[in-house]
Design a protein around this ligand. Structure first.
Ligand code: BGC
Length: 753
């Protein structure tokens, strides 16, 4: 037989066979034959059916996630339950990981229970995009860093941000994000400031909550982290943070509370550090008393990578899952259960929470399917969000937007300004196209300021100087109409900044360029505040943060005026480190840095403490209370138009309503972030004011609009440590409205019961 014939006859035989069955099936013998055939077919398909099946009663989508989780739990063996409570490793983790090949290449995974239709949980870091795409041969969009997104003060932009990341996670085969960092900027030198959402709990919690909510709508488990008080990186896994409960509840924990309230995230990641004596992943107060009892959190707590320190204690305190391996929540947990040191009820609660999140966030009902994303569409979103995130800090004599009639030549100056823009490092790092990015490396995204500025108007002559030799940069600056210096400050997880200065002699570069040409604009690519010894000598300053895949185009949009800047600072820029609550960072005994996520022995103790004596006074609350002038205040940011505030009316009530009018008094359309602050009665013992709400209002030239903002009772309350509850004091509350925390033209005081 030749090959063609064999092929043909096989196909024909197959079709004929089925035809015969359907035609002859009325005869008893053919029915018997059919039964035999069907039996074989079903036997072959059986494993697939058992895995996906609608046949399990918990696959009924009309049941609640709690009911479904309980039904599965009843069927599980002890080994299967334990299997849910720990990871199976992460590429590059320092131990033998026999099952690593079963994972998707991300930061962690939890094995499936196929016989019960429970899928594998595949986790990826995803701070400003999906991590590890290069080493896995995939593609990820880099959004502007989280601190940038916070500068938009825009919950809708936060939602777009989360939806994009959720979609890209699933396209890459993940169903859990490790992205929702919300630690407050108590210490702006904290190496992860760019991964967080600034210094105010209402702003940070609202934006993180909206991001996670929309991420989860893509059927991934969302995670909020690092719970709690992980406010510096130096010595993060050996530091004991000492802080009063009231200060914690009204600052850092409040950001988590608000975020969790909005998003109902499937997971909370506990942090490396200790809080008031106990490591955060075995801290009963934060995990059980506050998170699970007071806030009624229904999802699960997973440890930061290597942040688990014990078995019995951690389990009792409320840790549900160890990552990335099973040093404490594997064999040791099984033995503890068998020895009666951990009750079955406690173990079931851990497993229930994990299963519940898998149902609640759609992991079971919507299995992931690797796919190709719409790269162009996501880049357009990244560009739009970056445009909403760039803060105009200085604009002397209206140098911006650049006037195409008078500006005929531009010098683009700065290290890498011809090829790319810097990004934030550590586990947040998103890979640009090309090889995988090493840990803690300076990674420049291929978004070229030189190209973007040149493309904005081909008639303008644009020249480049790297700034390596400031005098050559100054010589170029002298010949052009406008000099634009792109300055950067890189930061990463695992180490704090030594100070808030621009590195690599960039201050001197800016000084020299500005001396040569006062029409100098500085574009900052930073992940936190920087000091600006040259501020009085330059004409313009834009804070572009780590601006992501489309950063240069977004900067060019603002320089040209195609985008009217609307962003405001989510953190204070101090005049110098001397004005910070802790002028000197407290370092671990061994010096700076991070000891690395190593598994510590069970009795390991923190080696040093940081006392957050400033307590409630985080960010602007500190500078207000201490009467310290700042470089740029919280909530500050200019526009190419101007706004006027008027007609404040505060209506008392349980949730008072603040009404006022904002008018666009300039000649361009714009969006104003109108901010509302409140001062509590004097006997509340609070800093001078706190953010109570805001509204981002889009206005055409000459247009005015009345804003009506209800103020949540919690924004008027203090945390009473003795009563372990929030309470509102009777007395005089002063409401203040305006365009930044230091520019509040409208004020009205009312008495509240
Ligand atoms: C970081 C986490 C991250 C984890 C997994 C840790 O070092 O602190 O934020 O999710 O690693 O990569």
């Amino acid at each position: 037989m030749d090959g063609g014939k064999l092929k043909g006859s096989t196909v024909v035989t197959h079709v004929g066979h089925w035809r015969n069955i359907s035609v002859l099936s009325h005869r008893w013998w053919s029915s018997a034959a059919m039964l035999g055939v069907l039996t074989i077919i079903f036997a072959m398909a059986a494993p697939a059916i058992a895995q996906s099946s609608e046949q399990h009663p918990w696959m009924n989508k009309s049941l609640s996630s709690d009911e479904r989780a309980d039904m599965v739990l009843k069927e599980m063996t002890l080994a299967e339950k334990i299997g849910l409570l720990h990871g199976e490793g992460m590429p590059g983790w320092s131990r033998v990981m026999p099952k690593l090949y079963l994972g998707n290449g991300g930061a962690g995974f939890v094995l499936a229970v196929p016989r019960l239709g429970i899928p594998q949980i595949e986790m990826s870091d995803a701070a400003y995009g999906v991590r590890m795409s290069a080493q896995n041969g995939r593609y990820s969009t880099a959004l502007p860093a989280n601190i940038a997104a916070a500068a938009s003060w825009d919950p809708e932009a936060a939602c777009d941000y989360g939806a994009l990341i959720g979609g890209e996670l699933r396209a890459q085969g993940y169903n859990m994000s490790l992205g929702g960092g919300v630690n407050l900027t108590r210490e702006p030198r904290n190496g992860r400031t760019f991964e967080y959402q600034g210094e105010d709990p209402l702003l940070a919690g609202t934006l993180a909550g909206n991001r996670i909510k929309c991420e989860q709508a893509q059927h991934v488990i969302g995670d909020i982290k690092h719970y709690a008080m992980n406010d510096q990186e130096d010595g993060r896994d050996e530091v004991d943070v000492i802080i009063s409960r009231r200060a914690m509840r009204e600052s850092d924990l409040l950001a988590f509370q608000i975020g969790i309230g909005i998003a109902n995230p499937g997971a909370v990641m506990c942090s490396y550090n200790a809080v008031n004596g106990d490591y955060a992943c075995q801290n009963k107060y934060t995990l059980t008393d506050v998170l699970k009892k007071d806030w009624q959190f229904k999802g699960f707590v997973l440890s930061d990578w290597g942040g688990t320190h014990s078995t019995v204690k951690a389990s009792a305190a409320g840790l549900d899952m160890e990552q990335p391996l099973d040093d404490f929540f594997g064999q040791k947990l099984k033995q503890a259960v068998e020895a009666g040191k951990v009750s079955m009820a406690e173990l079931d609660d851990h497993a229930h929470r994990i299963l519940r999140s898998e149902f609640e966030d759609g992991l079971v009902d919507y299995p992931t399917q690797k796919s190709v994303i719409d790269v162009e569409a996501n880049l357009a979103i990244a560009r739009r969000i970056a445009g909403q995130s760039i803060v105009l800090l200085k604009n002397k004599d209206g140098i911006l937007p650049l006037d195409r009639k008078t500006v005929r030549s531009i010098a683009v100056i700065g290290p890498h300004a011809d090829t790319g823009m810097i990004s934030g490092g550590g586990s947040a790092q998103v890979d640009p196209p090309g090889p995988a990015s090493p840990w803690q490396a300076h990674v420049w995204f291929p978004t070229s300021p030189l190209k973007a500025v040149s493309a904005a108007d081909p008639a303008i002559k644009v020249q480049f100087d790297s700034g390596a030799d400031p005098s050559s940069a100054a010589a170029l600056a002298r010949q052009v109409d406008v000099a634009i210096v792109f300055a950067y400050q890189w930061m990463s997880e695992g180490k704090d900044l030594p100070n808030l200065s621009l590195p690599e002699n960039q201050d001197a570069l800016i000084e020299q360029v500005a001396a040569a040409n006062p029409r100098t604009i500085v574009v900052l690519e930073t992940g936190t505040a920087v000091t600006m010894p040259w501020i009085d000598k330059v004409s313009g300053v834009l804070e572009a943060w780590y601006a992501g895949s489309k950063g240069a185009d977004a900067v060019a949009d603002v320089l040209s005026g195609d985008v009217n800047p609307s962003a405001k600072l989510p953190l204070t820029f101090p005049r110098s480190e001397a004005d910070l609550p802790h002028p000197d960072l407290v370092k671990p005994p061994g010096g700076g840095g991070d000891a690395g996520a190593v598994v510590k022995p069970e009795d390991a103790k923190p080696t040093f403490s940081v006392h957050y004596d400033e307590g409630l006074k985080v960010g602007y609350k500190w500078y207000d209370a201490e009467n310290k002038p700042v470089l740029f205040p919280f909530g500050y940011g200019l526009s190419y138009t101007t706004y006027q505030y008027s007609d404040l009316k505060v209506e008392p009530g349980k949730e008072p309503t603040v009404r006022f009018v904002v008018k666009n008094t300039g000649s361009r359309a714009g969006a104003e972030i109108a901010e509302v602050y409140v001062a509590l009665p004097a006997d509340a013992g609070e800093p001078p004011k706190r953010l109570a709400g805001w509204s981002k209002v889009h206005l055409n030239p000459g247009e005015s609009r009345e804003i009506s903002l209800p103020v949540n009772a919690r924004e008027l309350s203090i945390y009473d440590e003795g009563a372990d509850a929030w309470k509102q004091l009777p007395g005089r509350y002063t409401f203040m409205v305006g365009g930044s925390s230091k520019d509040l033209p409208l004020q009205q005081a009312i008495n509240l019961p």
